[in-house]
Write a protein that binds this ligand. Structure first.
Ligand code: MN
Length: 204
């Protein structure tokens, strides 16, 4: 069985930017639902859990055709939310650090430019989806949008930072004011954690 990590902060830790009720439902209901549905489908497939979750999505052709859609959707749901919770915190490490900072300045000129580009990209998501900062095979940064629970791993990108743009991520607190949620996400992004993911990814 695949598992998910406990949240490293309390449900109310991201207040006022992301409210307690939203974090509670999002983590304990939505995230766990993706996990449970994933494990159910994999059990139906008699899968032996030979791959890490990141690798599973690129071996989907080894699983029964009628289960692939559900497995990809729910595996993406688990991976995307793992990242989302990991890269946020109440610690206010809200500017890039370490090697990631250098790379952002090299590619985008400044953190402000990077942030503007990320926010622009997020504002263009229609329906349910995500905006990600990813690392490509040439070790360059890219900002991409994906639909539903599509994970960047299926494009051989390593996701470094992800913003959930499903309504369940913000609607209780922000209703239709998605732009405000997107801007406030930058108040709770923990760039120490994003940099840790980046530095690990470039060592591979
Ligand atoms: Mn979500």
């Amino acid at each position: 069985m695949y598992k998910i990590e406990p949240l490293k902060y309390a449900y109310d830790a991201l207040e006022p930017y992301i409210d307690e009720k939203t974090v509670e439902i999002h983590y304990s209901k939505h995230h766990f639902n993706y996990l449970n549905k994933l494990n159910e489908s994999l059990q139906k497939a008699n899968y032996d859990y030979r791959y890490s979750l990141e690798d599973l999505v690129n071996h989907i052709d080894e699983l029964p055709l009628d289960l692939r859609g559900a497995i990809l959707f729910n595996a993406g749901g688990v991976l995307n939310h793992n990242l989302y919770w990991e890269i946020m915190s109440p610690y206010k490490n809200s500017v890039p650090v370490g090697q990631l900072n250098g790379k952002i300045i090299e590619q985008y000129g400044s953190f402000e430019n990077f942030k503007t580009e990320f926010i622009n990209s997020a504002s263009k998501v229609t329906g349910s989806g995500w905006t990600f900062l990813v690392l490509d095979e040439f070790e360059n940064l890219n900002i991409i949008n994906t639909s539903n629970q599509e994970t960047p791993y299926i494009y051989n990108f390593i996701p470094l930072m992800g913003l959930d743009l499903w309504e369940h991520a913000y609607y209780l607190n922000y209703q239709n004011r998605r732009d405000e949620y997107i801007a406030n996400f930058f108040e709770v992004v923990d760039f120490v954690n994003v940099n840790n993911i980046y530095e690990k990814a470039i060592q591979k």
